[in-house]
Design a protein around this ligand. Structure first.
Ligand code: NAD
Length: 415
């Protein structure tokens, strides 16, 4: 049972890192649990006139480095332990990316696919009414996540602004562009990951031009990874997939055209001139770089030894199990771990906050430039730590992230 509790996983990852760092036991004890959890019951008037009560959470994990930051998910299977784990991982992600923020996460148990826009708006506003005194641009800044959208962020920002009596665009990120959103947010996760891949390719001696790439998942992260890998770096994306299956063409795929095809048919599968493959086959293709961009736990003890890629760039959260990690480690596969690889998203969310504070907005080129610098530095800090401690990139990312949080806690006199 315990094995599947994501928060226990997050805690055991921290424990492992604490052992490597020889972390003081008081600091370790503080870092194993969230600083604050808000549990709420949210009554919402439904369109048929009845009241339905939804359960919601906000977990603020650690704010030693700055206001906490993390998305809000609307999901029928949301659990407090998932939210706790994600809040912990946000803490490490913001720290490894070296942005001055802590980690948080929120969630509401609901099925947005079965709710009207009006019901979603009332739920979003009520959620903010319950937590507004405990969030804010200088305290805790939510963002979109699974099944929450820029429109939902706009309602939440509006509600918070009304309650606090002034416009407060910086209370939430992932807002629509017309309402204080940042240029470049849409593809930030994939773009940031590719900036790290570029550095990793130099480390591994792979020429990105014409390098073969397979990408699992063709949503926000996977589609933009395919598009940008080919357009910016001239890579050959030979395979992509979605929940229905994958396609392969050794000559390389045109991400834009496949996206258009998927928009009309609902899947990448069947794209003319390509060979259908399964998601499992995609992972084991003879490629230089593998980019899991869909689900967790797809690289496991069962397929790790068949993986041929020399670099795995984890845009998805948690795609590799710990057992698979060990196998890949022994094979010498270079992994860019999830909370480093996909930190481009939160980095541009942070840029959004900065622009909201400034009330001055950057063009896309400036966002890309700043993101590139942040990702490149973050990657090299982790690489340097991996070499220094003789540990793999995942453990090194933890050491860097936890080390910075610990430094802040000590300087603040928390221990
Ligand atoms: P998304 O919903 O836009 O896309 C998910 C894709 O995965 C879809 O193409 C879907 O068809 C595919 N998929 C679903 N089940 C699959 C299966 N069994 N096999 C293969 N593909 C399958 O989601 P996203 O925003 O692209 O997120 C993908 C991953 O990246 C998640 O792990 C998410 O946590 C992570 N991530 C995303 C962001 C971001 O800014 N979008 C930021 C950080 C992390």
């Amino acid at each position: 049972m315990h094995k599947y509790n994501p928060f226990l996983t997050a805690q055991s990852q921290l424990d492992e890192c604490a052992a490597i760092m020889n972390l003081d036991s008081s600091l370790h004890a503080i870092l194993r649990v969230p600083k604050r959890e808000i549990h709420m019951n949210i009554p919402v008037k439904m369109d048929d006139g009845t009241i339905k009560v939804f359960q919601g959470f906000r977990v603020q994990y650690n704010d030693s480095r700055g206001p906490t930051k993390g998305g809000i998910r609307f999901h029928p299977e949301e659990t407090i332990d998932t939210v706790r784990a994600l809040a912990a991982w946000m803490t490490w992600k913001c720290s490894v990316a070296d942005i001055p923020l802590g980690g948080a996460k929120g969630g509401v148990i609901c099925d947005p696919k079965k709710m009207s826009q009006g019901e979603l708006e009332r739920l979003s506003r009520s959620y903010i009414q319950q937590i507004w005194q405990l969030i804010g641009p200088e305290m805790d800044v939510p963002a979109p996540d699974v099944y929450t959208t820029p429109q939902i962020m706009a309602w939440m920002m509006d509600e918070y602004s009304k309650l606090s009596g002034k416009n407060q665009f910086g209370v939430i990120t992932g807002k629509p562009l017309a309402l204080g959103g940042s240029a470049g947010r849409e593809d930030a996760t994939a773009r940031g990951g590719l900036y790290a891949v570029k550095e990793a390719s130099i480390e591994c001696g792979i020429n990105l031009k014409d390098a073969k790439i397979a990408i699992q998942g063709f949503g926000n992260a996977g589609y933009y990874a395919a598009l940008l890998a080919s357009t910016i770096y001239g890579c050959r994306v030979v395979a992509v997939s979605d929940s229905k299956g994958g396609i392969y063409d050794q000559k390389g795929l045109d991400a834009q055209k496949i996206n258009d095809y998927k928009s009309s048919t609902g899947s990448v599968v069947g794209y003319p001139g390509t060979q259908n493959i399964s998601n499992e086959e995609l992972l084991e293709l003879d490629v230089d770089i593998l980019i899991p961009s869909a689900l967790e736990n797809v690289i496991t003890i069962n397929n790790a030894s068949n993986i041929k890629a020399r670099i795995i760039a984890e845009l998805a959260n948690g795609p590799t199990t710990p057992e698979a990690d060990e196998i890949l480690d022994k094979k010498g596969v270079h992994i860019i771990p999830d909370f480093l690889c996909n930190s481009g998203g939160v980095t541009v969310s942070y840029f959004e906050m900065v622009q909201n504070f400034y009330m001055y907005y950057w063009d896309e080129a400036k966002v890309h430039d700043n993101l590139n610098r942040k990702m490149t530095v973050a990657y090299h800090n982790v690489l340097k730590t991996a070499k220094e401690y003789h540990i793999n990139m995942r453990k090194a990312a933890y050491v860097v992230a936890v080390g910075r949080v610990v430094e802040a806690m000590k300087l603040r006199g928390w221990v």
